[in-house]
Design a protein. Sequence first.
Length: 199
Amino acid sequence: GYRSRAAYKLKEIDEELRLIKPGQVVVDLGAAPGAWSQYLRRKFAPKVAGVGGAAVGELDGRILALDLLPFEAIEGVHFIQGDFREQNVADQLAEALAGAAVDVVVSDMAPNLSGIESADAARIEHLIELAIEFCGQHLKPEGTLVCKVFHGSGYSQLVKLFQQHFHVVKPIKPKASRDRSAETFLVGRRLRLGGKLAP
Ligand code: SAM
């Protein structure tokens, strides 16, 4: 089993788009309690020991996970606890990558909502801008970003932002998130090189 049913959302997205492949470097933002990381880890576990470039017992792929909250360790997952909005936390992620380019960034980050629609939309947008900025620095040009977003105020703005930075942008709503009707995921593929965040 998984630590949370959230795993089935990533599984559906992955099964539809075939994003996650052995050997990749994946960054999992807003990773606690860890269901997405568990899913990624399973995808990277060599079916036959030693096959796929990984040594016996080693994962064929790298997973870096980040969250504000603590995270019960998962073997093979490099976890960093911190606030993604803080520069030093983004720096720690960069340090852990040690120059490796990232194939896929997945973000299930959701800010604490205040109920004030414009304030909440701004918080969500800020996290997504930071995720896109991170991609500009670390994602492979052919890489993919998956972000949780919410329908409603600010949604079309976020689609535009994705379109400024990725050649292919696709919203996807996994059946597993039907209960939270506003929740959906934006998938951006193939970075537009030189795409700049509006100041
Ligand atoms: N995908 C996770 C899983 O499968 O277990 C569930 C993620 S949960 C829906 C959203 C997470 O985003 C929370 O654990 C929260 O602490 C985290 N989060 C929200 N804002 C954050 C921030 N600024 N920096 C880091 N993590 C953040």
